[in-house]
Ligand binder design. Structure first.
Ligand code: ZN
Length: 290
């Protein structure tokens, strides 16, 4: 089970979230048969989406991240609810590219740098809120920081990391943290945060040392006194059903449906969990009204 915490500084100037998302990323890897670099790329996006979802206000709110930088991984999608539960997929799961100059999985190259990160928030209004920012490095955490700065005017620090076992390709560590300044932040709050971050180890290193999300928050913001707001256990979770798939089919036009009804059976596969749904020609004809 993934573990996450949300904490607030006792001076009320900022809050911080941290998540150990190894179980979520490993489940995504297995479902989508992701290669190591796409495991790292989609894993970071899912981890970021989980934390961004967890700061949504309404319990029925949800959020979708889509990043496409023209790299070999294609579009990467992650959807989160307000409890941090996520699902996602990569357009091209089987990317094979050389490691970067430090010998790490080269997420930036897999994602590419020519494109945007788009954020769509469904807050229960008529129209979903959406914003997008240009990709900076393709490393995903930078893009999330930039989204909050440009689209929401909320100073944010985001760090994400995924380590994949070189031998069996499973996820060894995955997680992240996100710091957001509150409107009550003081002039020196940002300087204090920057000072703290100078000495922060990569999040995967802290996780591999066995640090819990709460310990990570306290290590990262050592100059602040922190209070625990809540703990939660986000999951990789898909909420698809035959009813939802049927609704998606209804967006097709009559001719497309009529063509499908010629097949003995129509198979529709969920992008997020690879579950298959089957429709008979009679069911398809009923949808098309023919
Ligand atoms: Zn599904």
């Amino acid at each position: 089970m993934a573990k996450a915490v949300r904490m607030i500084s006792t001076d009320g100037t900022l809050y911080i979230l941290a998540v150990n998302s190894a179980d979520i990323v490993e489940k995504a890897r297995r479902i989508h048969k992701l290669y190591p670099v796409t495991t790292a790329a989609l894993g970071r996006l899912l981890t970021g989406a989980s934390m961004m979802g967890a700061v949504l206000k309404g319990k029925d709110d949800s959020l979708t991240l889509r990043i496409n930088g023209g790299g070999p991984a294609g579009s990467l999608i992650a959807v989160s609810d307000s409890f941090g539960n996520v699902k996602g997929y990569a357009e091209n799961p089987d990317v094979q590219i050389p490691h970067d100059s430090n010998g790490n999985l080269d997420v930036g190259t897999a994602v590419g740098t020519n494109g945007t990160l788009a954020v769509m928030k469904d807050l229960g209004m008529k129209e979903p809120y959406s914003g997008q920012v240009p990709i900076i490095s393709g490393e995903i955490a930078n893009e999330i920081t930039s989204y909050y700065a440009l689209s929401e005017q909320t100073p944010t620090v985001c760090a994400l990391g995924v380590k994949v076992d070189r031998h069996n390709r499973s996820v060894s560590t995955a997680g992240g943290f996100m710091i957001q300044l509150l409107p009550t932040a003081l002039d020196d709050t940002i300087d204090k945060v920057e000072q703290c971050l100078k000495y922060t180890k990569p999040v995967t290193e802290m996780l591999s040392e066995g640090k819990t999300p709460e310990e990570i928050c306290r290590i990262v913001l050592s100059a602040f006194e922190l209070e625990l707001l809540d703990e939660f256990e986000p999951e990789y979770r898909c909420d698809c059903s035959k009813e939802r798939v049927t609704r998606a089919l209804l967006t097709l036009n009559k001719d497309e449906l009529a063509n499908m009804a010629d097949d003995e059976q129509t198979e529709v596969c969920c992008h997020f969990c690879e579950k298959k749904y089957y429709f008979t020609p009679d069911e398809i004809r009923a949808l098309a009204g023919i």
